[in-house]
Ligand binder design. Structure first.
Ligand code: CP
Ligand code: NVA
Length: 305
């Protein structure tokens, strides 16, 4: 049976630990300059309905480093943009490709692609989830802290796709997560309540950022205006006042708290320059780890069995 990565909720703790083990090995090999080509002769298709810097480059470079080839497919340059169905596209692309990564709006589009493709499908971000990002983030936690066991993570800002994947990660990996989001910009109630119901760890939603970061090992944030929400810019900037990750907020947390942001950042909005470039920032390590964690995912889903 083919395997997909649509959402962290679908994975077990063991699945995630295997991804992290493979990530550590692949990162070490790359740092040693060792060639390793488990994807030789394989091709990944990368469908983008939204813009990207990190996801596109890290998947393309990662596939190349594993000996495979990646094809960039901008949604509007394909027949999808002219109304060809996801079903037909899945059937056709399965005849050419060995795997598909897709960044799109609706999670249902990723699910529909996965149901109808004969090759693995990887979610490269939807409005609901960003699983590859949070795997890279937690791998970064492991590198810096040794383990995610006993982690106290916090998230400050918009209750969005990144938040939802943090929630699923906290559920599956049993770490505590405290979020602070302003009214009207809370995480999806279904995702949150399911996790709170099923988790053995504590998953809490607050409204006060200072309360949320107290005692936290990690403070994570994200843009206040996600892709597709540009028209809401003015309203959102107002709504998120008081939710900036700045030096003052860090002073409410541990000295060695790790600051994370999936990027792209809007410096001066959700995060200050001082914090982004300061001693607590793990932000560019997170970005690098997208490459290594996604190579592990590609190897596990598309590599020679
Ligand atoms: N973090 C992230 O997914 O970045 P891109 O939008 O640049 O791919
Ligand atoms: N929440 C952001 C993440 C970008 C990687 C967005 O969806 O635009």
């Amino acid at each position: 049976m083919k395997k997909d990565l649509l959402c962290l909720y679908d994975l077990t703790k063991d699945d995630i630990d295997i991804i992290f083990d493979r990530t550590a090995d692949l990162k070490a090999r790359q740092k040693r300059g060792e060639l390793y080509h488990p994807l030789q002769g394989k091709t990944l298709g990368m469908i983008f309905e939204k813009p990207s810097t990190r996801t596109r480059v890290s998947f393309e470079v990662g596939t190349y480093q594993l000996g495979g080839h990646a094809v960039y497919l901008r949604w509007t340059d394909t027949q999808l943009g002219r109304g060809e169905s996801v079903y037909d596209t899945a059937k056709v692309l399965s005849r050419y490709l060995d795997g598909i990564m897709i960044r799109t709006f609706k999670q249902e589009t990723v699910s529909e692609l996965s149901r109808n493709a004969d090759v693995p499908v990887i979610n490269g971000l939807t409005d609901l989830y960003h699983p590859c990002q949070i795997l890279a983030d937690i791998f970064t936690v492991i590198e810096k802290r040794g383990t995610y066991e006993g982690l106290k993570a916090s998230y400050v800002g918009d209750g969005n796709n990144v938040t939802h994947s943090w929630i699923n990660a906290a559920l599956r990996l049993n770490f505590d997560l405290t979020m602070a989001c302003p009214a009207g910009h809370l995480p999806d109630a279904t995702v949150l309540e399911r996790a709170q119901r099923e988790a053995s760890s504590t998953i809490t939603l607050l409204h006060d950022p200072r309360e949320a970061v107290k005692g936290a090992d990690v403070i994570s944030t994200d843009t206040w205006v996600s892709m597709g929400q540009e028209k809401e810019y003015r309203e959102r900037i107002k709504a998120f006042k008081g939710f900036q990750v700045n030096e003052d907020l860090l002073s409410c947390s541990k000295d060695d708290v790790m600051v994370m942001h999936c990027l792209p950042a809007h410096r001066g909005e959700e995060i200050t320059d001082g914090v982004m470039d300061g001693k607590n920032s793990a932000i560019f390590d997170q970005a690098e780890n997208r490459l290594h964690v996604q190579k592990a995912i590609l190897e596990l889903l598309m590599g020679k069995k």
